[in-house]
Ligand binder design. Structure first.
Ligand code: PUT
Length: 277
């Protein structure tokens, strides 16, 4: 009998994949951590029953989270990743030779350990000497005053339930803005503009309370309910239009989705979002 793993949205919609077998399932101090092998999209990670990433479509998420900030921030030497325990975001960041130091702050050590063991195809850069993994609370890290400014800050958190809730608050964004260089760039995943429209709109409004420039952008991630997804770019001075051509040309050799046209097109805002903002 086929086994299905479903992310259930408000008891009204199911985003499910047929599962061949479960590779890992355990309860951490924070959440249920599960890695399953699916028929359609290869191995996939779910936290508390919510899809996080799957081999077969992870590039649609990780490339779109990482490259718009990395191709526009004037410097990309120091990078902070909060969340990102599957390693896919770090892998994309570390493709750039200009990156010297990456702090990855993930609250749940079980996610990192399970992904290292069962999803090494996604986190293929764990051994890069520039990567420093801290099993720590990203919200506390955002309040630090003893670290040098970051050129790029990337929030690769889960949905606003469980341990990720505080990643959607004004205080957290203010902390990140304090840690950001004056010409640095911040980005966060910002939920579905359709199914989580209110959360998405709130995030943009709250970010506008601290960052001078706030730009949502859009794409598709098959395993997230509804498939429609968003990320939000924020900065003190840099615009997402300020593309550094050599970097885009360099990274486009590696990417499956991201290129200069996708970059510009992604920042087109649907009318219903424009009106609501
Ligand atoms: N970092 C993964 C985002 C999760 C969305 N469901």
């Amino acid at each position: 009998m086929a086994l299905w793993y479903d992310e259930v949205f408000e008891n009204s919609l199911r985003c499910g994949l047929k599962v061949k077998r479960t590779l890992f399932s355990d309860q951490s101090a924070f959440q249920r951590v599960e890695i399953v092998e699916t028929e359609l999209l290869g191995k996939a990670l779910a936290l508390d029953g919510l899809w996080m990433t799957a081999q077969g479509d992870e590039k649609t998420y990780h490339e779109m989270l990482v490259h718009p900030v990395m191709t526009t921030s004037p410097s990309i030497r120091r990078v902070l990743i909060i969340g990102g325990g599957d390693g896919g975001t770090a892998r994309e960041v570390l493709r750039y030779p200009e990156v010297e130091h990456v702090d990855l702050v993930e609250i749940d050590g079980m996610v990192v350990d399970a992904c290292k063991e069962f999803l090494p195809e996604i986190g293929s850069a764990w051994d890069d000497a520039r990567l420093h993994v801290h099993i720590d609370d990203g919200i506390k890290w955002s309040r630090r005053t003893d670290v040098a400014p970051y050129d790029v800050i990337i929030i690769d958190g889960s949905d606003p339930v469980g341990p990720a809730q505080g990643l959607f608050d004004l205080e957290f964004y203010q902390g990140c803005e304090n840690l950001l260089a004056d010409d640095g760039v911040f980005v966060t995943q910002s939920e579905s503009p359709v199914l989580f429209r209110d959360v998405h709109l709130d995030m943009i409004r709250v970010m506008k309370g601290t960052f001078k420039n706030v730009h949502p952008y859009y794409g598709t991630v098959t395993i997230y309910p509804g498939g429609s997804w968003s990320w939000t770019y924020a900065s003190k001075s840099v615009s997402p239009r300020d593309i550094i051509r050599e970097r885009v040309d360099f990274i486009s050799e590696f990417t499956e989705i991201y290129n200069e046209d996708i970059h510009h097109g992604a920042f087109a805002i649907p009318n219903h979002i424009r009106r609501a903002l």
